[in-house]
Design a protein around this ligand. Sequence first.
Ligand code: ADP
Ligand code: MG
Length: 678
Amino acid sequence: KSSRSKPKEVGSKQLPIYQHKTKLTQAVKDSTFLVVTGETGSGKTTQLPQYLYEAGFCKDGRIGITQPRRVAAITVAQRVAQEMQCTVGREVGYQVRFDDCTSEDTVVKYMTDGCLLREILADPGLSQYSVVILDEVHERSLNTDILLGLLKKIFSDPAKASKRRHFPVKVVVMSATLETDKLSAFLDNCPVFAIPGRTFPVTCTFGTAVGPKDLESTGYVREVVKVALDIHTSERAGDILVFLTGQSEIERACDLLYEKAETIDYQYDVQDQTVDGILILPLYGSMPTDQQRQIFQPPPPGIRKCVVATNIAATSLTINGIKYIVDSGFVKQLNHNSRVGMDVLEVVPISKSEAQQRAGRAGRTSAGKCFRIYTKEFWEKCMPEYTIPEIQRTSLTAVVLTLKCLGVHDVIRFPYLDCPEERFILEALKQLYQFDAIDRSGKVTQLGELMVEFPLHPGLTRALLKAASLGCQDLLLPVAAMLSVENIFIRPGHPEKQKEADKKHKALAAKTGSMNDFATLLSVFQLCKSSDRPSAWCKDNWIHWRALKSAFSVENQLQEILLRLQQKKDFPVETFSGNKSELFRQCLCTGYFTNVARRSVGKVFCTMDGHGSMVHIHPSSSLFDQETELNWVIFHDVLVTSRVYIRTVCPIRYEWVKDLLPKLHEVDVYELSSVARE
Ligand code: ADP
Ligand code: MG
């Protein structure tokens, strides 16, 4: 790593950060902790690691930069590799869950915050890093918040830190928006380096389409398309950035845009400037990376670019040339839903600060305009001032297990930048106890030590480990993999095509001989894997080939983790005494007994976790419309729209969960945290 000659001067000289290169590098040298802020697009993410590389920070170790979003980690690494004229995976690489693109040569490593958290588990001193940069801290993702507390704990005391490392570490925390005083105070009053940046005024207008009564409507997609086309046909040259909430919505908006844009007559000029066409580009998390690259390229002369994106374009990725914003006012967020008692992906109004951030994307290089499709009243009544940090609104089960495995027993008094509510911590402890990951005194069990190794939901891991102990991991590994990638079933949206797709999917489910969505996942995995022409097979069956390919790779990686753990002598081994054909479903029950529902009347089910929520089987399930034949079921997740739906469902027998269900109520949660409270 250290044998490389001094690198050539790197990076883009036009960016605001460039003028501060020397001072910034010096500031990193001068203290253990440093907070860096600057407008989005000023060059923090792509340039600072290069400056530090150039200044010799990679002599002893790597520079690691975390991102809350996997697309950002990948895209930025590709960009920086290009600027440093190397191949991704060599000097510059990235690592995201289930995709490691680094090598021995990698000195600048972009990764998700979740990956760095796992690295701390294996190496608490992070001894391979000379610099650790937490980026996008203002996003307040759960893992980044936990990392902040951990890095503070590990590196605050140089004497303690030096026991774990041969050379000192530098920790840089980067944030686009203010909160810098709070961050600096949290990190032992460390210095703050603010990159002065220039922004131009953005005129914002409110619309009429979405008011306080439209919280659950999705009619905003049409409105967003209409506004974008209005801009296209009446505003001066300049690119458009549209904010929506997720893949299917974005694809629908792009289809509508294509359709309508075809009918535009370009015989006139737009305010004396010629615009001859529009280039419509989607941007969302699970998009193929070669398509993502196109987003950053300037459009051909006379063509207006229109990017339809998720919130990722708000701060993580900066697209040059944007002059117009269309803001839907909504975002997809993982929230703990107290009505259902679990984490649920929901479409919710953005916060006012988020709306300002979105608008700001139009004023990076000249004055811009932001068109909000919602009313002023919606802004005042429905949008909170700030976004609540993820740590205060989602399940902490996986994170608490990680902390416990790192020896942080007092998870209540851990240094949190913003404390989660105590009941969320207690809920996490309770779940871990139910999964046998911790014992009654709150100590991590042998099983818990194994569970933490898997980057999966603890329940799924529990089921997988059960199967492994019975020697039937081949049944669960593919299922775990399939549930870890994006949805594999294509939903074309178009009514005729949808019918065709539904028919194929039903046939696949029927092949398993048992109406059970988990079994269908397993069967699709196996059928495709054994097919001679897997991509053709997928096309024929309306299955996403790309998603399935990822599932194959994920399955391999999970298998590797499992094989490594099975070599330990204390890996549990059990024998199965029941009916062989029920083995699969019984394994699932070990991890999903927290998600049990029993049919109450008609097609309505009632959850058994103490919340007693009324739920329906989602239409995408093979058990949809078979409800009256069912009694007990387990399910993978919950979708809340106008109804509460359970998805990926499997019928079970009461006997299989009979002994497990009392666990949901037996334990006094305060007892679990008693260790922490002493
Ligand atoms: P910050 O982290 O301060 O928000 P970045 O380092 O992400 O800023 O971006 C700096 C500049 O680099 C922006 O002008 C952005 O458009 C450009 N940039 C970033 N990624 C790419 C890419 N993949 N292709 C082209 N330009 C890019
Ligand atoms: Mg950035």
